[in-house]
Design a protein around this ligand. Structure first.
Ligand code: ZN
Ligand code: ZN
Ligand code: ZN
Length: 165
């Protein structure tokens, strides 16, 4: 049997990207990360991460529990929270504090705090990949002799698709 593959069109990437590839990349990175730390990337951890990555939108623990209950039986809320903690500690997901929800990390190999652009209209979340923000905040805090414990940068507004043209 032969498989025909679709040619990739780069120009369409910004408007309609291949989200299947996003999920695949996230899962293989997670597998790698767990292996490096001697942790098991269990079926449950994989399923929770896959559900968080279903969209580039915030996922609430409660909704994850509901979706998870559809694919496996006997899932307790504490199990979901513990799994999310595990993924968060390894930098595979970020918690969006202002929404009390989770989003997959697009760059789990680099040490960073999450900085996010959150669209109020379509709820899409984009992680800003910019270490300059951290460096700037660090120096601003140092000027005040302040020791940073958590760094939360969440900007809300309208994404490019939701802005009135
Ligand atoms: Zn995607
Ligand atoms: Zn991240
Ligand atoms: Zn939007």
């Amino acid at each position: 049997m032969s498989k025909t593959s679709q040619p990739k069109r780069k120009t369409e990437r910004s408007l309609k990207h291949n989200h299947g590839a996003c999920i695949e990349t996230a899962l293989s990175r997670a597998e790698q990360r767990c292996a490096e730390e001697g942790e098991r990337f269990t079926g449950l951890r994989r399923q929770v991460l896959e559900l968080v990555w279903a969209e580039h939108k915030p996922a609430k623990a409660y909704d994850l529990l509901k979706k998870l209950s559809d694919i496996r039986s006997g899932v307790a809320p504490t199990t979901v929270y513990r799994t999310l903690d595990f993924l968060q500690e390894r930098g595979l997901v970020h918690k969006i504090e202002s929404l009390n929800a989770y989003v997959g990390c697009s760059q789990p190999n680099a040490e960073h705090s999450g900085h996010f652009l959150i669209c109020e209209a379509c709820s899409e979340i984009k992680e800003i990949e910019n270490s300059k923000i951290s460096a700037w905040l660090e120096s601003a805090a140092q000027d005040e002799e302040f020791k940073i414990k958590t760094e939360t940068v969440e900007l809300s507004g309208l994404c490019i698709r939701c802005q009135p043209s």
